[in-house]
Design a protein around this ligand. Structure first.
Ligand SMILES: [Zn+2]
Length: 582
């Protein structure tokens, strides 16, 4: 790669182990293949894609062997799923559904029939991609949306590029949203082309297959790797997105701007629930936001439905020089919300679900990076990552020819599709403290750590502050293992040191997009009083006073916890406990 060429594209590696696979039964092999595919970000990102296998099993009532379709069920993630993540359905009953199909206007009704085909009372709901897997006559099928594939699928001459890469072994099928109609048409398509080993689904992803789990896995990895190699060869010849026009700022400055911007934006995103931010300044994002074609491409919107369901069609682009100008930011957020409302008004029909949250999800700043906002931090990180995928796709597509977004109405129909709405309704309700962030001092042990666990159980994010570096690291690792790495961040801080506290606050802003209000600062001063108190008795009395002061805000648990952020919880609580002889 020369300094002027685009960033190269990651290629998947074949990680199949025959030794491991030898001991597995067919269902376990399907799970093994799914976990391998799902844990490789060059194959699929979180929650994306699905896999299936058709196998013979004994009917629970008669003991007779029957054909059963195992297909990844609705929700869940290929990389981390267990066997109970697959729905299991009688294949012969599924195939009989074709007789009940009355055409594309009625295809959504077909989803209602799927539960009637359940094998062995498996409660896992079948996904909207089930028709693809059941109707195609292959024993093992993978359907994934890797960046290297969508780049072809979303490119204006993707069909000829597909042909150049795979010859006639991979087909090309025009855009059609997932569902029964796509399954039926695809079945006809592959039946007339017996040499195919996969089909490119325009604007979407790929579906490919094999006679065994191993063959299917090998095929999927090989198809993606070949596309990545082809794209990299072309991308090496020219800079991405028309070349660089804005240099990335120094890393520290990028962090400073993000920390200043995110709490402001968070406060401006009015809606049902508070949001958490996630900031990234990875090389792909900086290349994109600093490029000549950035504004035009960003406005065009993401193409793959899997992406824009998470990111919204278009991001909000901001001028980094005005990242602390509240008037400018408020106008930009308002304009975005109005723009979204106009899009909804243009496209919605009488039967569509009500308009969802109109706030931007992804915010981009040339020279700085990207922020993503969502009701919880993992969702914010994933939305950002999905936009990262969209950037990859745009880069690759531009390398092949021209990037193409989906037509607006098609995009809307997917975004507000009733079946997608049903999927959203099935998601677990947010926990009581979702969207809140608490900073806890003395957080590496005792009651401080117990408080962190309690808050995490309720859906809050926590910034852990402690003076004991080793203990802090251990506590952070424990919480990451139990709750995931998104929701807890450790910062070394001596709470008697204003500078250290300022760093901790900066970290909270940068990590989660949270600022502390003046009321919180008042509480902090009281808390500082506790720390500076001469005696244990005085400290305990001041702590009681602090609790009294914050009593009226107890309903807003997060605020209280943030107010407590400078209190050495462990020490004070131990004192209180000792006082009561506990
Ligand atoms: Zn798909």
């Amino acid at each position: 790669m020369t300094a002027n060429s685009a960033l190269p594209f990651s290629s998947p590696e074949n990680l199949w182990s025959d030794a491991h696979a030898a001991a597995l039964d067919p269902a376990a092999l399907l799970l093994y293949r799914s976990n391998l595919l799902g844990s490789d970000l060059t194959v699929t990102n979180f929650g994306g894609g699905n896999t299936s296998a058709k196998m013979r099993e004994g009917d629970p009532l008669t003991g007779e062997p029957v054909d059963v379709l195992y297909v990844k069920g609705s929700g869940g993630d290929l990389g981390s799923m267990k066997l109970d993540g697959f729905s299991t359905l009688y294949l012969d009953k599924l195939l009989q559904l074709q007789r009940l199909y009355h055409g594309v206007e009625h295809e959504d009704e077909m989803v209602g029939w799927l539960p009637h085909c359940t094998f062995n009372l498996n409660p896992r709901a079948a996904s909207i991609d089930t028709p693809l897997h059941m109707l195609l006559p292959f024993a093992h099928i993978d359907h994934v949306h890797p960046d290297a594939i969508i780049a072809l699928a979303a490119s204006s001459n993707g069909e000829s590029a597909t042909n150049a890469i795979y010859g006639d072994s991979v087909g090309w099928f025009g855009w059609r949203r997932p569902g029964f109609e796509l399954g039926m048409r695809l079945k006809e398509y592959v039946e007339s082309r017996p040499k195919l080993r996969g089909v490119m689904l325009a604007g979407h992803g790929i579906i490919c297959w094999g006679d065994t789990s191993k063959q299917c896995y090998d095929n999927t990895i090989d198809l993606i790797a070949r596309s990545a190699a082809y794209l990299n060869q072309r991308l090496a010849k020219a800079p991405a997105f028309g070349g660089k026009v804005v240099d990335p700022k120094a890393p520290q400055e990028r962090g400073r701007i993000a920390a200043s911007l995110m709490p402001r934006l968070r406060g401006m995103m009015v809606g049902d629930a508070p949001k958490i931010g996630y900031f990234t300044d990875d090389a792909e994002t900086l290349e994109f936001v600093g490029s000549r074609d950035f504004a035009a491409l960003a406005a065009m919107g993401t193409s793959c439905p899997d992406h824009f369901l998470r990111t919204k069609i278009a991001p909000l682009a901001l001028d980094p020089a005005r990242s602390d100008d509240d008037e400018y930011l408020r106008a930009a957020v308002d304009e975005y919300r109005q723009h979204y409302a106009r899009y909804y008004a243009r496209c919605a029909g009488p039967d569509d679900p009500a308009m969802r949250d109109a706030n931007p999800v992804v915010v981009l700043l040339p020279g700085v990076g990207r922020c993503a906002f969502a009701a919880d931090r993992t969702t914010a990180r994933l939305a950002g990552e999905f936009y990262g995928n969209a950037i990859n796709v745009m880069r690759e597509s531009s390398g092949v020819s021209t990037y193409r977004g989906l037509p607006e109405q098609e995009a809307f129909d997917i975004e507000y599709w009733l079946l997608e709405e049903a999927k959203l309704q099935r998601m677990p309700k947010p926990k009581t403290l979702a969207g809140k962030v608490a900073a806890i001092t003395g957080a590496a042990g005792g009651i401080g750590l117990a408080t962190a666990r309690r808050l995490l159980d309720e859906g809050a994010c926590v910034v852990l502050c402690d003076i004991d570096r080793e203990a802090l690291k251990t506590a952070e690792q424990e919480l990451h293992a139990r709750y995931g790495t998104d929701v807890a961040a450790g910062v070394w801080a001596d709470v008697a040191d204003e500078n250290a506290l300022r760093n901790a606050a900066q970290k909270a802003k940068e990590e989660f997009g949270i600022a502390f209000s003046s009321r919180r600062r008042r509480a902090k001063r009281r808390a500082m009083g506790i720390l500076n108190a001469k005696s244990k008795e005085q400290r305990v009395a001041l702590y009681r006073d602090l609790l009294k002061v914050t009593k009226d805000t107890m309903a807003q648990a997060s605020q209280v916890v943030e107010q407590l952020r400078t209190v050495k919880l462990g020490e004070v609580s131990q004192a209180l406990l000792a006082e009561h002889g506990a």
